[in-house]
Design a protein around this ligand. Structure first.
Ligand code: GDP
Ligand code: MG
Length: 456
């Protein structure tokens, strides 16, 4: 997506506010990316509308391209939608450690807190029940009892018992011939008597949502009065998972969603659709068959996956934080005229240091990993930036304006003054000459070619 957006904005060197035309062209690409990521059409449409409203008229930061700026807006809106209430400006849920420990599961109720897992057959309910139980025990330090209410599938209760034995989590003893509601009551009773903090209720599924399943879930719900009802949904089933979530939510009422098989889903679109359609948070991601393969849902990570971009977003964020717009504007005017003296270079070095140095900047740019390694190997670390700045500040004002004055004896003086070697002074001067040339070119031919020259 980022490449496509980049090409849309190629040649667009003008700065200022994003126009409606800029944005609507970019949104065509965003829309395609969303649909490719398996985001439901109405959700994609709604999303595009919100982003367009936010983007049109927004000032482009001096240090980023309009394409990068649009990506940032798209990304922020997506994170807000995945994390918040889906409403504009809704605050993202806090991600403090305590909340992380319980994996976003609300345990603020009288113990034993009933947590009910619902979903279609094969979605990963039983596995996820055990995974969540382990998390609650290990991270939130809760005593957990698990019970299988699945009397439909042969050996379903056995399956949970085996997982419990593997993980060292207690399971409710199996009693033949009981119906799910009776098992739920017995589980809650055992939870009370055994001093458990949490009782996890694993339920039966069907191949598709039907009335019998919904009726059974509703009965269990009224018997156990669960504090959390988590839908377990297979992210690989895409649009079906979204419909399932909608039906379960309307009929049984959900408090959250666990998305399984995130390990096989490179697209992540189901998460956005489910969030938008149900309004319920995605709390956890299943990332494999093993019992420790579960992660707390992170909106930023999934947004990145849906948009298929590198870390342009954090680059833009850093640029916004550190670059003083006025300073950048002056620089841009100088570049146009082909003026770039050593004071300007010093300013550039300062900005670069603020952004974490050359390697910091590079590691944020997609596809620059290799270049970064070379830089590190060449010793272009932050210490170098500091020494280069020291060299420039050891020059006189006149020297900085006119580097041609720097003969051998002046260079020696500067090296001594900055505690460096003449070689290093020469390197700074060479870098300055190269950059001045590039900026001259950028001023004449526009940014792209200038950048290309810089890379060669
Ligand atoms: P249930 O019918 O909903 O209880 O589903 P199960 O918990 O029995 O899981 C069905 C299959 O999916 C099992 O083979 C699990 O190992 C597998 N499974 C569950 N969660 C995940 C996951 O997050 N990733 C992967 N790759 N497989 C999973
Ligand atoms: Mg099961």
């Amino acid at each position: 997506l980022q490449e496509r957006l980049g090409s849309i904005f190629e040649g667009l060197t003008k700065r200022g506010a994003l126009s409606e035309k800029d944005v609507s062209e970019a949104m065509r690409e965003v829309r395609r990316a969303l649909l490719e990521a398996d985001v439901a059409l109405p959700v994609a449409r709604d999303f595009i509308k919100k982003v367009t409203e936010r983007a049109v008229g927004q000032e482009v930061l001096r240090s980023v391209t309009p394409g990068q700026q649009v990506i940032k807006i798209v990304h922020d809106e997506m994170v807000a939608m995945l994390a918040g209430g889906g409403e504009e400006g809704a605050p993202a849920p806090s991600s403090d450690d305590a909340a992380d420990d319980a994996a976003g599961i609300d345990l603020a109720a009288v113990a034993p807190v009933p947590v009910m897992m619902v979903g279609l057959q094969g979605s990963g309910k039983t596995t996820s029940t055990a995974k969540v139980a382990i998390r609650l025990r290990d991270k939130a330090k809760r005593k957990v009892l698990m019970a299988s209410l699945d009397v439909r599938r042969p050996a379903a209760q056995e399956q949970l018992k085996v997982l419990g034995e593997q993980a060292g989590i207690d399971t409710l003893p199996i009693v033949a011939g009981q119906d799910p509601v009776a098992i739920a009551r017995r589980a809650m009773e055992a939870g009370r008597l055994g001093g458990y903090d949490v009782v996890m209720l694993d339920t039966a599924g069907r191949l598709a949502v039907d009335e019998a399943l919904m009726a059974e879930m509703a009965e269990i719900k009224s018997a156990a009065n669960p504090h959390e009802i988590l839908l377990v949904a297979d992210s690989l089933t895409g649009q079906d998972a979204v419909n399932t979530a909608d039906l379960f939510n309307k009929r049984v009422g959900l408090t959250g969603i666990v998305l399984t098989r995130a390990d096989g889903d490179g697209r992540g679109g189901a998460a956005l659709s489910m969030r938008a359609v149900t309004g319920k948070p995605i709390k956890l991601l299943g990332t494999g068959e093993k019992l420790d393969e579960m992660e707390v849902f992170r909106a930023e990570r999934v947004a990145g996956r849906i948009l298929g971009m590198g870390d342009v977003v954090s680059l833009v964020e850093k640029a916004a934080e550190t670059l003083d717009a006025e300073q950048a504007e002056k620089m841009a005017a100088k570049m146009k005229k082909g003026q770039f003296d050593l004071d300007d270079l010093a300013e550039q070095l300062k900005q670069m240091a603020k952004m974490g140095g050359m390697s910091g900047v590079m590691s944020l740019m997609p596809g620059m990993g290799k270049a970064k390694k070379q830089l590190d190997a060449a010793g272009m670390d932050d210490g170098v930036l500091k020494r280069q700045a020291a060299i420039i500040s050891s020059m006189t004002k006149t020297e900085r304006r006119n580097p041609k004055l720097l003969n051998a004896s002046r260079k020696k003086r500067i090296a001594a003054g900055s505690g460096t070697q003449v070689q290093e002074v020469n390197r700074v001067l060479k870098m300055h000459r190269q950059m001045a040339d590039v900026f001259k070119m950028m001023g004449k031919k526009g940014g792209r070619k200038g950048m290309a020259a810089l890379m060669n």
